[in-house]
Design a protein around this ligand. Sequence first.
Ligand code: C2O
Length: 358
Amino acid sequence: SPIGLPNLRECQLATDSSVIGSPFTTRLNCCLPIPPGDVIDFSFQKYKNHNRRLRMPAHKISSDYIAKYRRAYEIMRALPQDDPRNFITQANVHCAFCNGAYKQPGTDGILIQMHFSWLFLIWHRWYLYFHERILGSLIGDPSFALVFWNWDDQRDGGNIMPAMFLPNNSSLYDANRNQANLPPTLAKLTPVMTGNDSEIINQNLNIMYQEVVTNDVAELFIGGPYRTGVDISNSTVLNAPLGGSIENGIHNAMHYWTGDPRQPLLQDMGTFSSASRDPIFYAHHSNLDRLWDKWRHGMPGGPRKDYSDPDFLNAEFYFYDENARLVKVNVRDGLDIEKLGYGYPDVAADELWINYSP
Ligand code: C2O
């Protein structure tokens, strides 16, 4: 049966450990507040967007847009910590469902893990969907859209840390980042990569081609089946047999590349329990979300298919909405981004990796 909703009243300390470098384990409380009122059942009607939200590449937005983005995160950071929309509480949603705070219902204690399987892309899509709605509502802008970090763009300037996240007096800043990877250092889409800039660019294109173009079936790209009773809570980035290519590859690589090697777990971006304490996280995942959509609809050879297995389609998650209410969503409702009311522009530089010839 599909992964169902946990009992939020049964929360335990989360665990995060290093799997590379020296052994280090931390236990932390990222239990989520339970807001008053009934749980809302998601429907397109209730969460209608009157304006389509257009997510732009982080390196191409205007200074007005950046100012708006900063203001939204400023307000989010200033909310009381028991407010589900607070920045740290938002980050704790990731920690809670990725570091073992909750149990799969219908099992004797198997912990929920939203990485390493077919739920990875869709869970993060929904996570961003509500995060974006919250930011928009905090600044009273119903068409507010996240940006995407266009690290796969090897031509027009997307493959460095986006400038909007760098000034240290801004709500978009995070001190825990790899200082050796600030601009103009080029992003490396796999952790083991050497060479000069043009060699890195070439390897990046090759990796994009392998992971997104070549892997044309859901099992390879999205990840393997995760149902009630399947325990992937002991998977790690080094051993994740159900993880899809985009997750195990580029996704992890950019988390490491961004995280701070002075921290024991490469916090913030380098580990689950702290990754979304860096606002760049949401831009990183927005690009993964874009690439999933591109993989579905924009590859040579025609549209590709997500899973149609009911255990995939009927899996359910909890999130907080822009009114600080608890909302329940399923996988099925999240598979079409136009129906969700947002989208991405065409990115011309995609052609470089789509047409890469190894
Ligand atoms: Cu849930 Cu990119 O991590």
